[in-house]
Ligand binder design. Structure first.
Ligand SMILES: CC(C)(COP(=O)(O)OP(=O)(O)OC[C@H]1O[C@@H](n2cnc3c(N)ncnc32)[C@H](O)[C@@H]1OP(=O)(O)O)[C@@H](O)C(=O)NCCC(=O)NCCS
Length: 248
């Protein structure tokens, strides 16, 4: 498929496509406010960090895929990995404000438009981020990967799921596999990349489910159960990710 890659800085006319892709990519409950606060930094992706947001565009016109990432300073240790999406953005902003030169690119999301899925475009999106990092002289691409099929196994601990493999020895999860095929390795689990809190009524609206009792619930699109507390009138969901690193 003929395509071209642009930064948002080069194609500001495509800014709305990020929002459209996001709407088509994430379950509704995940598009709510993150209790860890990434929302306060997110708008800066479209201004300060416009050079790091990528659009993969079909030569005939439509946007095929888009990626979000920010450059950060990382010392290469597991301990120094950001703890959440909010922490990634907070650090990127602090590095930027302090004038520290970043040494790695940190991915935040990769989204393929629904009609272009299943055609191998996800590897092209990751490669585009790798090329961008390389062009800026960065030494790695790190990514809090949200495994594509984990929601089918919500009861498996992420530490174990991350290590599941197929007969060919490649990772079981297709999205982890895309990264692994491109040379990335698993560095750690990020148990709480996002935290979504809401009233029971909020959760019922976000999921089209009923939660008559307190306890853990398996919810479509959630990587682990949502915990409902009827007495406190609260539902809590922590989105776990897997840190992967592509050396450059
Ligand atoms: C995850 C996502 C990026 C994958 O993109 P894609 O272009 O559809 O995937 P590809 O065609 O490149 O295929 C990648 C792998 O997934 C597999 N795959 C594709 N569609 C699949 C499906 N519906 N079910 C299971 N596996 C699937 C492919 O077989 C391939 O694995 P293989 O190379 O070992 O055969 C895309 O589905 C998406 O945008 N999802 C919503 C956002 C998201 O979850 N992003 C990732 C977290 S940031």
């Amino acid at each position: 498929m003929p395509y071209k890659t642009f930064t948002l800085r080069e194609r500001p006319d495509r800014e709305d496509d990020f929002e459209q892709l996001s709407d088509a990519s994430w379950p509704r409950f995940l598009r709510q406010q993150d209790a860890l606060g990434y929302g306060q930094y997110w708008p800066r992706l479209f201004t300060t960090w416009a050079d790091w947001q990528l659009l993969i565009v079909d030569e005939m016109g439509p946007t095929i895929a888009a990626t979000h990432a920010v450059p950060v300073v990382w010392n290469g240790t597991v301990e120094d990995l950001p703890s959440s999406i909010a922490d990634i953005l907070r650090r990127a902003q602090a590095d930027h404000d302090a004038g520290r030169a970043p040494n790695v690119l940190c991915a935040l999301a990769a989204m393929v438009a629904t009609r272009f899925r299943g055609k191998g475009m996800s590897a092209i999106a990751v490669r585009a981020m790798l090329d961008l990092a390389r062009a800026h002289g960065l030494r790695a691409l790190i990514a809090p990967v949200r495994p594509a099929n984990k929601s089918q196994y919500p009861l498996a601990p992420m530490e174990r799921y991350a290590r599941w493999t197929n007969e060919d020895g490649l990772p079981f999860d297709p999205w982890i596999r895309v990264h692994a095929r491109l040379g990335a390795d698993i560095v750690d689990v990020a148990p709480r990349a996002l935290i979504i809190l809401g009233t029971v009524a909020n959760w019922e609206r976000w999921t089209d489910m009923r939660f008559p009792d307190s306890g853990p619930y398996v919810v479509p699109g959630a990587l682990q159960p949502v915990i409902i507390d009827r007495q406190a009138d609260e539902g809590r969901y922590e989105d776990p990710n897997i840190w992967m690193r592509h050396a450059i």
